[in-house]
Write a protein of this length. Structure first.
Length: 278
């Protein structure tokens, strides 16, 4: 039995499906089992990582878990997992965990990693950089107007497909030899924001326009759905990425044996989100 927390998320949902494809018994932990829409054959239980008391019994009979990062309760969750017989944890982390500054993203993931390092569990950290799914924030304007409004069209990123993050996590759950690894993950190429919009247009088979915003205009929009410090971190990152190719790592292929999916492939996989017919 393998337990997947954050089982309805972009990465967790893919971990569930990939484990099922591998013939594993899977227990999915979600705050809302009635609306989870998880695949047939999954044992679905209610639990909230922010409230460890709701996880009583969730880890029983499991030796391995996929853990979504919640820093405020990670110590309690790790203790409960260990007491339930769990031996190995594969945690969703971030490349920001390697940074030594005090920005909120780095602090969050370092907190989770340090807690697991001290937990007595065997651990593996999966550290993706930018998620391709972050660009789903463009979907409403693409559907409505065939336009993307964003700053820094020439800012480059190494965006990774969520299915590849899940593939590395799934491999670490299923195979020996990954304990103590910190897997830094990127997509297979550096791609600018303007090129991302071109990839979305190609996936949809219609024109999509990039309309450049000033950083101030972008920030006003971003703080409607992101905490202001996170918006500032993203804007600073984009500003520093203009004209600078993003580093690309071969980790996905090294761990899983197959190349990482490109951003154009991701755009095809998510064409319906941007308004293509189903």
């Amino acid at each position: 039995m393998i337990v997947v927390t954050g089982a309805t998320g972009n990465v967790g949902g893919n971990v569930v499906r990939q484990l099922l494809d591998a013939g594993e018994r899977v227990r999915a932990v979600t705050r809302s089992p009635d609306t989870a829409r998880l695949p047939r054959g999954v044992e679905v239980v209610r639990g909230d990582l922010a409230e460890p008391s709701t996880l009583t019994g969730a880890f029983d009979g499991a030796e391995r878990i996929f853990l979504f990062p919640v820093p405020s309760t990670v110590d309690s969750v790790a203790e409960l997992a260990k007491a339930s017989g769990v031996r190995r944890v594969v945690a969703l982390s971030s490349s920001a965990a390697a940074d030594q500054d005090d920005n909120p993203i780095s602090v969050m993931h370092r907190t989770v990693e340090r807690a697991l390092e001290n937990s007595g569990l065997d651990w593996t950290f999966v550290r993706p950089g930018g998620f391709a799914t972050n660009t789903l924030s463009w979907a409403p304007s693409v559907r409505a107007e065939s336009v993307v409004r964003a700053p820094y069209p020439d800012a480059a990123a190494n965006l990774i497909h969520e299915a590849d993050i899940a593939a590395v996590a799934t491999t670490a759950l299923l195979e020996d030899g990954h304990v103590g690894a910190r897997y830094e993950l990127t997509g297979p190429h550096s791609i600018t924001q303007a090129e991302q919009v071109q990839a979305i247009a190609a996936a949809l088979g219609r024109d999509v326009r990039f309309e450049e915003q000033t950083p101030e205009q972008a920030r006003r929009t971003m703080v409607e759905y992101l905490p202001a410090p996170i918006a500032d971190i993203l804007l600073s990152y984009w500003a520093g990425s203009v004209g600078v190719p993003a580093p690309v790592l071969p980790t996905v292929e090294q761990v899983t044996g197959r190349p990482a999916r490109s951003y154009p492939e991701w755009a095809v996989d998510h064409a319906e989100d941007f308004g293509a017919p189903s």
